[in-house]
Ligand binder design. Structure first.
Ligand code: NAD
Ligand code: ZN
Length: 362
């Protein structure tokens, strides 16, 4: 058993509490990982607030990390102590019908199919002050050590800098893949991205890599525009600068509305605005942002009747176990650079300060 620090969410709505926890030895088919770096994603904030579906408290959140294998359980053959890895918030069991479908990335062992608050044998590897602590998406990266099933871990290039490639565990892969895999953005096309956080900026990188000719970035926080331009946005607009709905503004700017729109905020009204901003014949709108669990959206069905497509994406459609190591290699070959997404680097004990910076739009 390893004793180390972890950030525990004891109850919804409370700040995280950095505690000493016990992390048990990995059982058969599991891997214990020393987490070296982790990003903070809005999804972790949804967990902390209690608005993430099927999460159970107390829990150790975090799902955008990178680390080094410390030990492996019986039968683990694909990695060994010392290997650099990224734990995966979407597992890849390789056996279910979704894993066997080349078009699908959402393994049936994913949290939305079967809650991942405990490891597959329905027990936890974490305890704190004598209490069982739940896992989050099996990976709980806000811990100095975590235990993860082997099929939810990707082994990556030994040269990868872990404090950068942790972003491939969620934000970068989600946004980049939303453009490349889910929307399948075509060269010369027009795109609009609503929301320029870490995920939205990664959509901008993906649209640029796909050869889009116009990339219109939309945010109510003007401070996000410089970085969006640096990463490939051709225009940046603030909905608050107009006295008409943003979908009308985008339609006027482009003549017939955009080819691809992406909602990367997580609000019902911007999801509807993004859908109405893509063209009524062939437009594709991708829902990336997450609404609070239990929320509903109502739309005018005419928005879809004429031909628009409305899609969602989880982890950018990547079959993570095989795709994330390839994305890491492409980054090492300098095919794209997600490093500008990193705005602050904090020591682990300041995790709550990280959430404050996220909420403040910094
Ligand atoms: P973030 O909070 O860093 O960024 C959100 C951005 O939206 C901010 O820049 C904010 O100013 C902007 N915004 C807020 N209201 C707006 C409005 N009305 N109009 C225009 N812009 C507005 O968030 P993030 O970490 O980049 O995550 C974005 C969303 O993606 C979250 O909902 C998160 O939960 C979700 N997410 C989904 C997946 C997935 O697999 N689908 C993965 C990761 C994150
Ligand atoms: Zn599967």
């Amino acid at each position: 058993v390893i004793r180390c620090r972890a950030a525990v969410a004891w109850a919804p709505g409370k700040p995280l509490s950095v505690e000493e926890v016990e992390v048990a030895h990995p059982k058969a088919g599991e891997v214990r990982i020393k987490i070296v770096a982790t990003g903070i994603c809005s999804t972790d904030d949804h967990v902390r607030q209690g608005s993430f579906p099927n999460a159970e408290f107390p829990v150790i959140p975090g799902h955008e990390g990178a680390g080094i294998v410390e030990s492996v359980g019986e039968g683990v053959t694909s990695m060994k102590p010392g290997d650099k890895v990224i734990p995966l918030c979407i597992p890849h069991c390789g056996e279910c019908s979704y894993c066997l479908n080349p078009e699908a990335n959402f393994c049936q062992k994913s949290h939305m199919c079967e809650p991942q608050n405990l490891l597959p044998d329905k027990t936890s590897r974490f305890t704190c002050k004598g209490k069982l602590i739940h896992h989050f998406l099996w990976i709980s990266t806000f811990a100095e050590y975590t235990v993860v099933p082997e099929y939810a871990v990707a082994k990556i290039d030994a040269a990868a800098p872990l404090d950068k490639v942790c972003l491939f565990g969620c934000a970068f892969s989600t946004g980049y893949g939303a453009a490349i895999n889910t929307a399948k953005v075509k060269p010369g096309s027009t795109c609009a991205i609503f929301g320029l956080g870490g995920v939205g900026l990664s959509v901008v990188i993906g649209c640029k890599a796909a050869g889009a000719s116009r990339i219109i970035a939309v945010d109510i926080n003007k401070d996000k525009f410089a970085k969006a331009k640096e990463l490939g946005a051709t225009e940046c607009i603030n909905p608050r600068d107009f006295n008409k709905p943003i979908q009308e503004v985008l339609t006027e700017m482009t003549g017939q509305a955009v080819d691809y729109s992406f909602e990367v905020i997580g609000k019902a009204e911007t999801m509807i605005a993004a859908l109405a901003s893509c063209n009524m014949n062939t437009g594709i709108c991708v829902m990336v942002g997450e609404l609070d669990s239990g929320s509903e959206i109502s739309i005018d069905p005419m928005l879809l009747l004429t031909g628009r497509t409305w899609k969602g994406t989880v982890l950018g459609g990547f079959k993570a176990r095989e795709s994330i190591p390839k994305l890491v290699s492409s980054y090492l070959e300098k095919k794209f650079n997600p490093e500008p997404l990193i705005t602050h680097t904090l020591p682990f004990a300041k995790v709550n300060e990280g959430f404050e910076l996220l909420r403040a739009g910094k």
